[in-house]
Design a protein. Structure first.
Length: 106
């Protein structure tokens, strides 16, 4: 009989500890909002963000016209499609891992 009472007491004690731990972990103060630090006043933004970090010896490459880029992309797509069609027609390991003569890395 004493063993049954001891087991019951330990069980109730364990449940009380679990309830207390759960209440402590889930308790939060939603009614109080944390203090927000004041934002500093807005400073005058620099006109060019990276202008100080760019070395003066670096030359800026000339811009490439959009039409040239589009032509290169179209050529790359044609070469990739031709490679895919040749692989579908005659699938081999060599064709699967072969590179096209395109200048773009794929």
């Amino acid at each position: 009989m004493y063993m049954l009472l001891m087991g019951l007491c330990f069980t109730l004690f364990g449940v009380a500890v679990i309830v207390a731990a759960f209440a402590a972990s889930s308790h939060s103060d939603w009614s109080q909002t944390p203090d927000q630090p004041e934002l500093p006043t807005a400073k005058a933004a620099p006109t060019r963000f990276f202008s100080d970090q760019v070395a003066p010896s670096i030359a800026v490459p000339p811009s490439v016209p959009t039409e040239v880029l589009l032509q290169q992309i179209e050529n790359h797509v044609r070469l990739e499609q031709a490679a895919a069609e040749s692989f579908v027609a005659f699938p081999t390991q060599a064709l699967l891992h072969s590179k096209t003569p395109s200048s773009f890395v794929h």
